[in-house]
Design a protein around this ligand. Structure first.
Ligand code: SAH
Ligand code: SF4
Length: 382
């Protein structure tokens, strides 16, 4: 029997279980401290929990952590982590230091880009994540662990006692621990389509947001989607105030439909209406991501409809020069073409940025490191 993982459980669920077991309530705080402040990877490390309680936990829950397969980059630059899951699937996370406010969030220490699925079913023509298809959804704890495992890696194991003690005091005082964390901004734009794994994503984000868990403010969490209309509407009705980014990449159905098959199911008109609903419900700016691909969507004819859409929805536009994927024919346009596209958008009153991409040299676009690793593993196996 596969046990549920302890880091897929919300505080209330654990509280109910512990009440059944007649375990005193303070044990729950101790457990959560070991999981989310000390970030330990084994039951045995939870030294202040009685042995029989630890045994009971072991019988009912797994305590999985991510195994690091490969790390690329240095501490001061974008770093990419390739993780091996319990079933040997590979996923990636990208850590971006001192992010200059890409999605309207405060510019502070580290932004982490996390994956939500193994592979992706949406098959956008430019993307490495979709190339080998969809394998499975990540469990909530596999999303949560991407944050914890990186922080563990940075601190060289579990957090030192003095650092954790001050976090514990804050936790007790009911303050969020987010300001204490290495990772304090999240972007859900690694491998996979987050809104196609809606329930697990929401569970994971609830845990990462909670004061007893990750303590990362909802406004510091940006969810990126290729445009799943019903789920965007559902997300708008959730209590938490996540930021929303839409992978637009084309401002007419003709151009978008060529590179994003999802556009056939949810054409721009429906997508725009769902975005408007989100924007009105949340009262905050959404972001359009727009990869610039030479000869595909970089012509000035796309500027006009893109500007109209952005203005109608009060959206900001992030222009991203395409990141070359091995085996795919697409190229990024030259820098003057990129700059011209930006200027033309701005001339129409749109708030736009052109990402002079971090991490280009280490395959930072989603799915690329995994693809490379899987391909070289396959070659080795032949
Ligand atoms: N499935 C979600 C989130 C993951 S993709 C989505 O599509 O939004 C995260 C972002 O990376 C998307 O905007 C995607 O279009 C972009 N992306 C994918 N491949 C890329 C590449 N080769 N170069 C630049 N951006 C890429
Ligand atoms: Fe999937 Fe997003 Fe890549 Fe499209 S861009 S294939 S939705 S991960």
């Amino acid at each position: 029997m596969v046990l549920p993982d302890i880091k897929s459980q919300a505080r209330e669920e654990l509280a109910a279980r512990f009440a059944e077991w007649t375990v005193p309530a303070y044990r729950l705080d101790q457990l959560l401290h070991w999981l989310y402040v000390r970030r330990v990877t084994s039951w045995d490390e939870m030294s202040n929990l009685p042995r029989d309680f630890r045994e009971k936990l072991r019988e009912h829950f797994s305590l999985q952590s991510l195994e690091l397969d490969t790390k690329q980059g240095s501490r001061d630059t974008t770093q990419k982590f390739l993780w091996r899951l319990a079933d040997h699937s590979l996923i990636e996370s990208v850590l971006i230091p001192a992010n200059p406010s890409l999605y309207g969030e405060a510019s502070d220490r580290h932004t982490l880009c996390v994956s939500t699925q193994v592979g992706c079913a949406y098959g956008c023509k430019f993307c490495a994540s979709g190339l080998e298809g969809w394998k499975r959804n990540l469990e909530p704890h596999e999303i949560v662990e991407q944050v914890l495992a990186i922080e563990r890696d940075y601190s060289g194991g579990t957090l030192p006692t003095n650092a954790s003690r001050s976090s514990e005091d804050r936790l007790k005082a009911g303050l969020q621990t987010g300001s204490e964390r290495l990772v304090n901004n999240l972007v859900i734009m690694g491998m996979g389509e987050p809104l196609a794994n809606y329930d697990h994503l929401l569970k994971a984000l609830t845990i990462l947001n909670a004061p007893w868990g990750g303590g990362i403010g909802a406004r510091k969490i940006t969810i990126s989607t290729s445009g799943l209309v019903p789920q965007i509407r559902k997300l708008a009705d959730e209590a938490l105030q996540f930021r929303l980014a839409i992978s637009l990449h084309g401002a007419t159905d003709e151009v978008r439909g060529k590179i994003m098959p999802v556009n056939k199911k949810y054409p721009l008109k429906e997508l725009a209406a769902a975005c408007e609903y989100y924007q009105k419900k949340k009262g905050r700016m959404i972001t359009f991501e727009y990869i610039l691909m030479a000869g595909v969507n970089d012509s000035l004819e796309q500027v006009e409809p893109l500007a109209k859409l952005a203005q109608k929805l009060h959206a900001k536009v992030n222009l991203i020069p395409y990141n070359k994927v091995e085996g795919l024919p697409w190229e990024r346009p030259s820098e003057p073409v990129q700059e011209q596209f930006l200027k033309n958008l701005e001339a129409r009153g749109v708030t736009a940025t052109l990402r002079r991409e971090k991490g280009h040299d280490i395959d930072a676009a989603c799915g690329q490191l995994r693809l490379k690793t899987e391909r070289s593993l396959n070659t080795l196996a032949q």
